[in-house]
Design a binder for this molecule. Structure first.
Ligand code: M6R
Length: 359
């Protein structure tokens, strides 16, 4: 029930810190280790390449998963859109493992890939919110996201729960060689810091509402820019905004601006820049300068410790690999308030269904 909330989406946004804490409690064993089937762990570590498959927001979580697994477990990962993979299959490695990400566990495009790769005899794990769902039953292993029912069509808490589970899977698959690098990093501790940071932002909703007032009341379009994981969150921000507010939105990699998109920037064009990654911070700031010089109104979302005086939203600091859990909160809320301002049907946007069971 949505209780006092005007919309399920807002309720589900607010639930995210609690969902991360639930994931922690479900996956932490008594010794503080990660509770993941040792056989699955073995499969992950034996794979020469991991293919992560999903659609929409779950595909975007898969992109973050690539970053997490490659950086933490040092295993090559490809993230694919299910419907593209099915009809335009890449050359597979000798010993692949497939990870399916699906809130509902019923998405037809993802299931199409699962059926195809099972016929080829490859192992599959499904990360889903729904125990007993089709993708869960048909895969060899299931990792539950424990986010509770997600009612709003726009996915929010499922996305952050998927990322938390992907991080734990990555940490549970660190090889002996990799241990030294991660020695001393407690993923549960880092996740709980992220949950607290999410909560701080959720308690400052007026900041995101202000961004909408300042940048998005009359615009028909909006750009999200970032590099690395910030680019992946930019894609998610753009999807969220277009899905519920019908503002045309595009997420793009900062470096790509000069290769075409900058032609669209004119006086007053709104843009949201995500700047959380230390090694590419300066590059994104210079991209922001380029579009501002052409009239863009840019809202900067940055990280504590590296903020500058005119940054609108400063995220509480969290582990570098977990920033998407935190940076996605303002973009979810900005989308929500933009849709609310426009009087859109937030929980049931036009032309969309919660679960897409046809190809
Ligand atoms: O249930 P799934 O996670 O497989 O659904 C995938 C997409 O249909 C879903 O994420 C969709 O993109 C959302 N409406 C986005 O908010």
């Amino acid at each position: 029930e949505k209780g006092l909330y005007a919309h399920y989406m807002l309720k589900e946004i607010d639930e995210q810190p609690a969902v991360i804490r639930k994931v922690i409690s479900k996956y932490r064993d008594d010794q503080g280790g990660i509770r993941i089937d040792p056989e699955l762990r073995e499969r992950v570590m034996m794979a020469d390449r991991i293919y992560v498959i999903g659609c929409g927001t779950s595909y975007h979580a898969g992109l973050i998963g690539k970053q997490l697994i490659e950086n933490i477990a040092n295993i090559p990962v490809e993230s694919h859109i299910a419907s593209e993979f099915l009809y335009n299959r890449p050359i597979l490695s000798a010993n692949p493992l497939f990870i399916f990400i699906s809130q509902s566990g019923e998405t037809a495009d993802s299931r199409g890939v699962l059926v195809a790769i099972k016929q080829m005899g490859y192992p599959a794990v499904t990360i889903t919110n729904v125990p007993g769902s089709t993708l869960s039953r048909e895969a060899d292993y299931t990792l539950l996201t424990h986010a509770g029912p997600e009612i709003a069509v726009a996915s929010t808490k499922a996305y952050t729960a998927q990322i938390a589970v992907l991080a734990l899977l990555a940490f549970s698959s660190v090889s002996e060689n990799g241990r030294a690098q991660w020695h001393g990093v407690d993923p549960f501790h880092e996740l709980s810091i992220a949950a607290n940071a999410m909560e701080i932002l959720i308690n400052k909703k007026e900041m995101m509402e202000e961004v909408v007032w300042k940048y998005l009341t009359s615009s028909r379009n909006c750009f999200f820019i970032g590099r690395g994981v910030d680019y992946y969150v930019a894609l998610e921000g753009a999807l969220k905004l277009k899905e519920i507010s019908y503002i045309q939105a595009e997420g793009f990699a900062g470096g790509e601006l000069k290769h075409g998109t900058i032609a669209l920037i004119e006086e007053g064009t709104p843009a949201i820049a995500l700047i959380t990654q230390p090694h590419i911070r300066a590059n994104v700031r210079s991209n922001v300068q380029e579009i501002m010089a052409r009239g863009a109104h840019v809202c900067m979302i940055t990280m504590e410790g590296s903020e500058e005086s005119d940054d609108q939203i400063v995220l509480p600091a969290v582990h570098e690999l977990l920033t998407p859990l935190v940076s996605v909160i303002p973009v979810q809320l900005i989308s929500y308030y933009a849709a609310k301002y426009r009087g859109c049907d937030i929980d049931k946007p036009r032309n969309l269904a919660k679960s897409v069971t046809v190809e």
